[in-house]
Design a protein around this ligand. Structure first.
Ligand code: AP5
Length: 187
């Protein structure tokens, strides 16, 4: 199973990944987690990415693409159950790059799961979490960036017949059950 989790920041993608992994045995690539690890390790890549992350902007394409290429190559070889991408792609250029990458290894996407949550709920959730980029100004900018750059992917994947929408409000368990209902269809 090869899937993308698509949704605004705070829509609950990361929260649901463990349950998806437990049920379907897929591996995950989360660009935000990979970038935070680079920042924490003080690498050159992390130092380049940090100002963009602090501002809630997308980090430059070349940084993210290199990470995804490495992550995908490893996953495609090591886990026959498939993979799940969280936080990538985030704009049309990234989506097109992903299509090319997956075509090259002959492993096209099966499904893109869109988490639908309204922005006021998101702001409440993220202010309650307190990650470095969870202050009100940065959250609002992350949402603006989502609206402008990432939301067009809803249309992009709808046209490809890959998009499935899941309501991302309610208890974590209820949302998990909605996700499993969709993923069990393609498992
Ligand atoms: P990233 O790490 O991807 O963060 P994000 O997009 O801001 O998303 P979040 O992790 O905040 O949201 P989520 O949907 O995973 O929600 P979560 O489950 O955590 O990216 C961070 C930065 O890295 C970007 O701004 C950018 O700079 C850079 N970056 C990353 N990928 C990039 C890319 N591809 N290209 C360029 N730049 C990139 O939940 C959020 C909170 O809500 C948690 O506290 C959780 O406990 C709570 N919650 C979850 N579900 C529920 C529920 N049902 N009810 C109540 N609370 C809930």
């Amino acid at each position: 199973m090869r899937i993308v989790l698509l949704g605004a920041p705070g829509s609950g993608k990361g929260t649901q990944t463990d349950a998806i992994i437990a049920r379907h045995g897929v591996s995950t690539v989360a660009t935000g987690d990979l970038l935070r690890a680079e920042v924490a390790a003080g690498t050159e890549l992390g130092q380049r990415a940090k100002p963009y992350m602090d501002a809630g902007e997308l980090v430059p394409f070349d940084i993210v693409l290199g990470m995804i290429e490495n992550g995908l190559k490893t996953l495609a070889v090591t886990n026959p159950r498939g993979f799940m991408m969280d936080g990538f792609p985030r704009d049309l250029a990234q989506a097109e790059a992903l299509d090319k990458l997956l075509a090259k290894i002959n492993q096209p996407l099966d499904l893109v799961l869109f988490f639908e949550v309204d922005y006021e709920e998101i702001v409440k959730r993220l202010l309650g979490r307190g990650r470095a980029d969870d202050n009100e100004e940065t959250i609002r900018n992350r949402l603006r960036v989502f609206e402008e750059k990432t939301a067009p992917l809803i249309e992009y994947y709808t046209r490809k017949g890959l998009l499935r929408t899941v309501r991302g409000t309610g208890t974590i368990e209820d949302i998990g059950a909605r996700i499993h209902a969709v993923l069990d269809e393609i498992a």
